[in-house]
Design a protein around this ligand. Sequence first.
Ligand code: AMP
Length: 487
Amino acid sequence: MALNYIIFSVIERPIYAKITFVMYNIHEECGVFGVYGHPEAANLTYLGLYALQHRGQEGAGICSSDGKQLQVEKSMGLVADIFSEKRLRRLPGHIAIGHNRYSTAGSSVLKNVQPIVANFALGSLAIAHNGNLVNAVELRTSLEGEGAIFQSTSDSEVIVHLIAHSKKNDFYERVIHALKEVSGAFSLLILREKELIAVRDPYGVRPLCLGEVDGAYVVASETCAFDLINATYIRDIEPGEMLTINEHGLKSLKALISPRKAFCIFEFIYFSRPDSYIFGRLNVNEIRKEFGRQLARESNVGADLVIPVPDSGVPAALGFSEVSSIPFDFGLIRNHYVGRTFIEPKQSIRHFGVKIKLNPVRRLLEGKRLVVIDDSIVRGTTSKKIVKMLREGGGAREVHLKISSPPTIGPCFYGIDTPTRRELIASTHLIEEIRKYITADSLTYLSIEGLKKIVPDSHNYCAACFDNDYPISFPSERLEQMEFFFR
Ligand code: AMP
């Protein structure tokens, strides 16, 4: 997304070119994984990143330590393509961290692939960060004013500089000092020669959990990474908690004060893998199914068949079918070898995306009244193409589109890659207008009350993309700039 926007901005709004460059490069979706105390730390990290591939597909990296020095390997591309046996052999040691990243296209992007490695007064460190910092632009400007030279345009690098610039003598105090300066979402792994540190922002926006395998500790964005390596889940890293893991064992520190919790509700809707347990042992698949059941309770309709938009619509469609008693089937077949169209960085690819990705099963659909379940509508482009495809290619008689989340009206500033406000169709159009645009016979969304009823302790969640209630405030200047572009 970022690069398209930079070019657009440079052409259309030259005055704001610099600021958009910085702002839009900080939209990231990521997955992190770390190991302490395993002879095959890099190999485990490779597997962990493989399981977390859905959280970012544009670049990945692993940094390991043998107790004396750090080694890093990173590239653009998918985990399995980046890490050959030869490359993994270049990552010795019993400690490692890894990162999957989605970012922009373009020549400068490799610089933004994490882990970011740096040397400073107290030794070497590497960081892997999931989430967005909302005050990174301001911090960066001020650090640059003090002489800091940045290697990348990623917001995460600000953390490295803040740690390096801190006057505290003790490393942990430096980290806490740095993290008190930043505002936003961070599930953060820090690797030093002899230890692994895991910290979660005081709101707990992005998930981060702790596990154990063969006596070694592992930390991951989602538990699906533990399953692959036969690790046992121990617990979540708490919001505001800093966990240090070294030769003395595991030590927990309540490092940052939590004003409130603000777990990202969109992790349940789209982002996390359904087999993961996040935010205190909640299974993503079960929650998605329950969204579908609730959708059926709120808006049943006479139809012959319920079909999901695969993959993220599948659990909700099963739930909908269960409550409505309308049979379920796979009326759209997905080609799994195509990346998620939404996050393809080039507009031209996104235009072809739906056809490349989905094919209707005419034998099942012909002459039928369909309930079609998808998890969300962002720009509306996908839904419009799917409805057309179901009628023309599939021969459907009626298409009733049901969305297992409320209308997406606000962009995410905390780490989910949503487009600008003005591109979010539900922020500028009424539901009936969207229905007409996508040419469905009916369009229904899950109500916000329904969503909050399903998610336990929903007051502990950020649902800003649905209710515009942003729990972590932005510097006022930043908001003005954002509103200018998002309007
Ligand atoms: P759109 O065509 O822009 O309305 O995209 C809607 C599709 O994008 C839905 O099928 C969603 O499953 C998917 N989607 C929603 N949010 C995201 C996201 N942050 N990243 C990638 N895909 C998404």
